[in-house]
Design a protein around this ligand. Structure first.
Ligand code: NAD
Length: 252
């Protein structure tokens, strides 16, 4: 029956960047659907951990800084030691730096590309090696409206998210034969730390809201349906897709 195909009971999911915002919302959504969680962040994730445990799911929090790919093997090892397998990976951790391109620094370029793009590739690679042994899995990358558009004053972020969309398709092509589905969610304008400066700028805030047909900023809660779908058997024939959850932004 179709609703049973959305259930994630007995599945192990890793969500990166799960302390706040969209990562926290998606980790809790996956737990609501029945998954046990490994949550990864550079700082403690007490609230996320508590919400997952309250749902009766197991939760392994791992503090690690994904700006260095050296941390990835240890995260995979600790996950396997605790749960024995990895069914779902959500590459959500991400940062943004804002400055005009004419004066953008190499540090702001490298910092963003390292977390938003390089870590996504090498985390996916490390996890896919385990998924292959386990006859498949689901990888969900977090893209952006800036996977499609250039944005304003965010050159490294736009480049990283364009890269995430392309990488999603590359990995989907290569790994379909291993039963690994690789998809992305492209959130629209969501009310999180990442967008606080935009929401505080009355002019930008108004121009953004004016373009969103739904007429409001998105919330972490709004991603739960998409992430559970892409993590579940219900989406077994969907791969290489970028699912926009944007209140209609791109339709304008
Ligand atoms: P957020 O700042 O609330 O969350 C980002 C999380 O990633 C935080 O918990 C942060 O601590 C963690 N993180 C950052 N760098 C890390 C590192 N080096 N190692 C480990 N963890 C790290 O912002 P958010 O809006 O929830 O962003 C989540 C994802 O969604 C990002 O990839 C972001 O680019 C993407 N996104 C956000 C929006 C939006 O409107 N908010 C839109 C499109 C895409």
């Amino acid at each position: 029956m179709i609703l049973e195909k959305f259930a994630l009971s007995g599945k192990t999911a890793i969500v990166t960047g799960a302390r706040t915002g969209l990562g926290k919302g998606m980790a809790v959504g996956l737990a609501e659907a029945g998954a046990d969680l490994v949550i990864v962040n550079r700082s403690p994730m007490l609230e996320t951990e508590e919400e997952i445990r309250k749902l009766g799911r197991r939760c392994l929090p791992i503090e690690a800084d994904l700006s260095n790919t050296n941390v990835i093997p240890e995260i995979v090892k600790r996950t396997l030691d605790e749960f024995g397998k990895i069914d779902i990976l959500v590459n959500n951790a991400g940062i943004i730096r804002r400055a005009p391109s004419i004066e953008f620094t190499e540090k702001d370029w490298d910092d963003v590309i390292n977390v938003n793009l390089k870590a996504v590739f090498f985390f996916s690679q490390a996890v896919a090696r385990e998924m292959i042994k386990n006859n498949g899995g689901k990888i969900i990358n977090i893209a952006s409206m800036l996977s499609f558009q250039g944005g304003i004053l965010v050159p490294s972020y736009a480049a990283s998210k364009g890269g995430v969309a392309s990488l999603t398709k590359t990995l989907a092509n290569e790994w379909a034969k291993y039963n690994i589905n690789v998809n992305a969610i492209a959130p629209g304008y969501m009310a999180t730390n990442n967008t606080e400066p935009l929401r505080k700028d009355d002019e930008r805030n108004k121009s953004i809201l004016d373009r969103i047909p739904e007429g409001r900023w998105g919330l972490p809660e709004d991603l739960k349906g998409a992430v559970v779908y892409l993590a579940s058997e219900a989406s077994d024939y969907v791969t290489g897709h970028i699912l926009c959850v944007d209140g209609g932004w791109l339709a304008r």
